[in-house]
Design a binder for this molecule. Structure first.
Ligand code: DGR
Ligand code: NI
Length: 504
């Protein structure tokens, strides 16, 4: 299924192509620690990028985190995602797992990941293996450590910025009352704390030896990429990202006195940074050794792009984030569903529903919530196969509950359709109802087609059985348990017809 790219996507692609054409066959310059200007450029153009080398992290924490990575790998908890980028279904070369606050989700590249909960106080989680429980506990400890480090680094950054501004002579005098005085409006401590309050970590794993078809970095010639240039999505505005990097290198296997190469060492993992749309400022490639951590503070993720440059050994990273979850928690979606179901007056055992209100605004909201729970939760979840059973069955009961509420919403939609078909309903009221629900039902039809196709895509079929996408909910035509068909094209056509018929 081909999707037409949006105007915005076409524009972005064209801009990228123009940028690449401008380069012709020369690379843009980039810097590594071997270059004299490296630290100067870093300080000047990338001050919100912070590196903490492994030596500064407690050894006990390193050990716990290493064991956590090993356990999650051993128990097969990490999975490549079948993401959708610009209408294409792609399998990420990196395997991932989301660990974090219970009930939280993180959406990236059209894929909603559901947390394997870490054991925050007040929660009681059953894990399938003691080692997995210990791993989640270790990641929570790492989270708290990185959160504290982030706050400290950010406060230092703010102090430096403030000092720089204070260095600039300010105009104080009768002509400029107060101008320049306290002109620095950086974040206060409350801002910093909330922007470092990581609620999830997205773990990454890749073994380059098993992933021979990695893309070449296109702008600077930085070599093989595990993750292409991007901004992280779905984060709280100006929130930080903290990354713990663990490459499984032999510490004593020093690079065999090869001739000093130009550019970054292709055997070593790096993180690359560039300023978006800037071809003047050199890029940076920061080498990452076992246990190094880096931090993206404030708006760095918005103003800059980053990529992950592959080295030789397998590598894990734990990337701690403040996921923007105002519409991304289990509590949120349960509340939304309850709101939608409030419009049910009576439900027969047959599933037949009588409604409290036929107000267009109420019906519209109901159908929007119906779409939200179906496409943002149920289909996202089942698309990822049965992977969520691997570590814990935390999501099993909530998903069953959401599916049950969704099923009752099918009854609501059916009830609304009964109303608009009744001769007794005045044309004006009927039009109001049809207009209120038509957009949602059209979206539902289109999105069901898209998800159905996504589940059948070529790459989807290459996945092992337990990772195969399940198109759920799905039912055949004439299923007596379901009041409405899966395919809504006839229903949508009927509603369009009703509107046309009403026109004088
Ligand atoms: O050092 C690292 O392993 C960095 C990983 C990384 O940059 N991850 N980014 C994402 O997972 C991502 C991608 C696209 C949108 N949002 C997040
Ligand atoms: Ni990223």
């Amino acid at each position: 299924m081909k999707r037409t790219p949006s105007a915005e996507e076409r524009e972005r692609e064209a801009k990228k192509l123009r940028l690449l054409e401008e380069l012709e066959d020369t690379w843009l310059p980039y810097l590594t620690p071997k270059d004299d200007e490296f630290y100067q450029q870093w300080q000047l153009k990338y001050p919100k990028l912070i590196l903490r080398e492994a030596g500064g992290v407690p050894e006990g924490l390193h050990r716990e985190v290493r064991e956590a990575f090993a356990a999650l790998r051993k128990h097969g908890c990490l999975f490549r995602d079948l993401v959708r980028i610009q209408g294409k279904d792609l399998l990420t070369p990196v395997s991932r797992i989301l660990v974090g606050d219970p009930g939280c989700t993180y959406k990236y590249l059209n894929t909603r990941l559901f947390t394997v909960p870490w054991p925050v106080k007040g929660s009681s989680v059953k894990y399938h293996e003691a080692e997995i429980a210990a791993a989640c506990q270790a990641l929570l400890r790492l989270n708290r450590y990185l959160q504290a480090e982030t706050i400290q680094a950010w406060e230092e950054l703010v102090a430096r910025e403030r000092a720089n501004i204070d260095d600039v002579p300010v105009c104080i005098g009768p002509d400029f009352p107060g101008v320049g005085m306290g002109a620095f409006d950086g974040p206060d401590e409350v801002d910093i704390r909330s922007r470092a309050a990581y609620n999830v970590t997205l773990l990454n794993f890749m073994d380059p030896r098993k992933m021979p078809y990695l893309k070449e970095e296109p702008y600077f010639g930085m070599g093989k990429m595990a993750v292409s240039w991007h901004h992280d999505e779905n984060l709280v505005d100006r929130s930080a990202v903290a990354v713990y990097s663990h490459s499984c290198e032999d510490p004593d296997e020093e690079s065999e006195d090869d001739p000093p190469l130009e550019g970054r060492d292709p055997d070593v993992w790096h993180v690359g940074f560039k300023i978006s749309w800037d071809i003047e400022t050199p890029g940076l490639a920061i080498p990452l050794h076992q246990g190094d951590c880096y931090f993206m503070l404030d708006d760095l993720n918005a103003t800059h792009q980053h990529c992950v440059l592959a080295g030789l050994p397998p590598r894990f990273s734990s990337t701690h984030r403040v996921a923007e979850c105002s519409t991304g928690t289990l509590d949120y979606i349960l509340q939304r569903c309850q709101l939608a179901l409030q419009n049910i007056r009576e439900e027969a055992d047959s599933g037949e529903v009588s409604l409290k209100s036929l107000e267009p605004a109420v019906l519209k909201q109901g159908e929007e919530i119906h779409n939200e729970v179906e496409f943002e939760w149920l289909r996202q979840f089942w698309f990822q196969g049965t992977r969520y059973r691997k570590c814990t069955d935390w999501w099993r009961e909530p998903m069953a509950q959401l599916e049950d509420m969704w099923r009752r919403m099918e009854g609501v939609a059916n009830g609304v359709l009964h109303e608009v078909r009744r001769e007794a309903v005045p044309v004006g009221q009927r039009n109001g109802i049809v207009t209120a629900i038509l957009a949602s039902l059209t979206d539902r039809q289109n999105l069901r087609r898209e998800w159905h196709a996504r589940c059948q895509s070529r790459v989807a079929r290459t996945l092992p059985e337990d990772q195969k996408p399940e198109c759920r909910p799905y039912w055949e035509k004439g299923d007596p348990a379901m009041p409405l068909p899966f395919d809504l094209s006839d229903v949508v056509a009927e509603l369009r017809g009703l509107l046309l018929e009403a026109k004088p």
